[in-house]
Design a protein around this ligand. Structure first.
Ligand code: SF4
Length: 404
């Protein structure tokens, strides 16, 4: 006998469905909702709506620009070395800097570091709530800690009270490599486990009346990380800090981070990002910024469109691009697009689309400005001529902005 048709409002249990059937229906419903929301975001390019928090005046979440952050690799106790790295990060475009706080001495060094930079500082704390209190005392702008790991309700409450009093948010940083034992044994290192862990930590802070929260769920495996963020994006509205953890050496880490972070940002998920590389921290920032530029989430000052070169190329394209990039970065130019192409196959088309373009020919180049051919130059004069055209374009832009 077939089951009776479901009545609207009647629960699975009331319809006599088994627990397995009810669980399966719920799972299908959850997956469908997630896929529907993803499809909606992808087709409409809508950013996930998150609440906004502030880290030393820098807004994270809501409609705030996606912030790029990094972490120092120095011993935090070495204030001079740490400050040198922070200054380099600042020049690279870093907007938030995290520092490891392994002991009391490192927490105390934060006070000196605080006095020497205006960049928002995040104290990275594990296990010891006293270090969180000391870091707050030193004037940090955000804590990264997992409240379930700092030793019970009374200690969490003490940290929460001190953070609230200073208006300091807390990032819950779940990492696939350090999941709680019970969750790991029950589920393994799967996206659902990362989400469960994050929700557990969120619950602890919420129970203490604290909602100034950012969440991250990092994994070294890109698919796990992507799925975990997609899931939690449907469950909470706190800002999300994106990252692929332990992404590896610079080349591999750049690819993994770009795929993972870029995928989520393209879906509208993510409010701040950190690229983790076994390499220079400045490079982490540059990669993070390039991800944002590539997705049109931030305007790039100088965008160079250049072809990869091939057997048709008739100029020394690599040298021209390398030298032109170096020269143009030193110029006072507005945000602009410059095309440098190896031959006439795609050269004119890309050059017409760019603000200034150079299409290589047989030992010479055709220069374009605002989509029009302006002149032909010999290969030896190409770089100078390109820089001159960019200056002319910048002057024109300033004049028209001034007149308008
Ligand atoms: S623009 Fe010309 S040189 Fe460059 S890749 Fe295309 S065909 Fe080759």
């Amino acid at each position: 006998m077939s089951p009776a048709a479901p009545v609207r409002g009647e629960s699975g249990a009331e319809r006599g469905e088994s627990l397995v059937q009810r669980t399966a229906s719920k799972t299908v419903l959850t997956v469908c909702t997630r896929l529907w929301n993803q499809a909606k975001r992808l087709t409409t390019q809508v950013r996930r709506r998150s609440r906004q928090i502030h880290v030393r005046g820098l807004a994270i979440g809501g409609d705030a620009p996606i912030a790029v952050q990094s972490m120092t690799k120095t011993d935090t106790r070495d204030v001079a070395a740490t400050m040198t790295e922070i200054r380099r990060l600042h020049v690279a475009g870093c907007e938030i800097v995290r520092l490891a706080v392994p002991d009391r001495e490192a927490a105390e060094a934060l006070a000196q570091i605080r006095q020497r930079t205006d960049l928002p500082l995040v104290a990275d704390i594990h296990f010891d709530y006293r270090l969180a209190l000391a870091a707050l005392e030193a004037g940090v702008d955000k804590l990264r800690l997992n409240p379930g790991n700092i030793g019970g309700r009374a200690k969490v409450e003490e940290v929460v009270r001190a953070a609230s009093a200073r208006g300091v948010p807390i990032r819950i940083g779940v990492n696939a490599g350090s999941l709680e034992k019970d969750i790991l044994e029950r589920s393994g290192r799967v996206p659902e486990a990362l989400v469960e862990s994050a929700l557990r930590h969120v619950g602890i802070l919420e129970d203490c009346g604290f909602a100034d929260i950012v969440v991250s769920l990092k994994a070294a495996d890109v698919r796990t990380m992507v799925a975990a963020y997609e899931m939690i994006a449907e469950r909470i509205d706190y800002p999300l800090h994106l990252g692929v953890t332990e992404a590896g050496p610079t080349f591999q880490g750049t690819i993994k981070s770009t795929v993972g972070i870029g995928h989520l940002l393209a879906e509208g998920i993510g409010d701040t990002i950190r690229v983790s590389l076994t390499g220079d921290s400045g490079e982490e920032v540059r990669v993070g910024l390039e991800i944002l530029y590539a997705l049109g989430l931030r305007e790039k000052r100088l965008e160079i469109v250049s072809c990869p070169s091939c057997g048709r190329c008739e100029i020394d394209l690599f040298t021209v691009v390398r030298e032109a990039e170096k020269r143009l970065q030193g110029e006072d130019l507005p945000a602009m697009k410059v095309a440098i192409m190896g031959c006439v196959v795609n050269g004119p088309g890309e050059s017409i689309e760019a603000d200034v373009g150079l299409a290589g020919g047989n030992g010479l180049g055709i220069l374009f400005r605002n989509g029009q051919i302006v002149r032909r130059v010999q290969e030896s004069e190409m770089i100078d001529a390109l820089v001159e055209e960019c200056r002319a374009y910048a002057a024109e832009r300033r004049q028209s902005e001034h007149a308008g």
